[in-house]
Design a protein around this ligand. Sequence first.
Ligand SMILES: NC(=O)c1ccc[n+]([C@@H]2O[C@H](COP(=O)([O-])OP(=O)(O)OC[C@H]3O[C@@H](n4cnc5c(N)ncnc54)[C@H](O)[C@@H]3O)[C@@H](O)[C@H]2O)c1
Length: 272
Amino acid sequence: MSFDFKDKVAVITGGATGIGAATVETLCELGGRVAVLDRNREKDQELMEELTGKGYAVSFHFCEVADEASVQTATAAAAREHGGIHVLVHCAGIQRYGDVLDTSVEVWRETLGVHLDGCFYAVRSALPHILAAGGGSIVIVGSVQTVTAVAGSAAYVTAKHALAGLTRSIALDFAKKNVRANCVMPGAIDTPMLQWAANLAPDPEAVLQGCARAHALGRIGRPQEVARAIAFLASDWSSFITGAMLAVDGGMLVPTGGMGFQESGTGAVAKR
Ligand SMILES: NC(=O)c1ccc[n+]([C@@H]2O[C@H](COP(=O)([O-])OP(=O)(O)OC[C@H]3O[C@@H](n4cnc5c(N)ncnc54)[C@H](O)[C@@H]3O)[C@@H](O)[C@H]2O)c1
């Protein structure tokens, strides 16, 4: 068994930028044929030109993941173009802030629409093709906020938590049909989403430095570092892993009470 995607087709939602784009490139490098489902035509055009220029088999299908018909149409086009689907990565996402009182119903629905409904639609659209191919792998991009919470992010945290339930349900319901489903949980990763979030603050650099300090490794992650974990879970090399939640977080979830507590609490006492 080799760690490659030769003879495999992967569909990646949110593949135009950030973690999704890094995953598209990684799976291409590993020999896969890749279909990108995204709503960002401009960024996707740039990525397509770069990757087709390198000779990779990659296609773009405009898709609004919160719209079931759009996801179905784009997935069907991807399957037609590449002759089937073996891997689905759901990476499309947006960041929205607010507690339950100041999150509008519109923002609540938008956030859950992209992360959770979008994942449900993507899986429902791709799974029949994966089953027809004899099985495959589904990787859902959660977050450290799949198992913890950041203040003032009620809709995002709720959506990311829900993805754990969806991952485990798919894993159980389709295990006997040779379909695996796993979730990666990134820490703070250097992508347009993180830059956008930092730019909301008066001092974006201070936000990014705070993010870096929150990881045991003391830095923000790179999109490629998440893409490699996704590639592993999407590949046959993870053949006995299903229903798992894999943190790709530079140790962010490890310290009791967070890194601040290590520096000022009993962790600091023990170091004296
Ligand atoms: N960057 C981080 O620090 C971080 C941390 C944890 C989890 N994540 C998750 O990783 C995933 C990718 O995020 P990223 O940081 O690469 O962000 P990003 O903004 O660079 O990429 C998100 C992609 O999703 C696409 N997208 C958004 N809404 C869409 C919609 N309705 N329909 C179709 N496409 C849509 C965007 O066009 C974009 O290409 C998200 O699910 C995000 O929640 C990111």
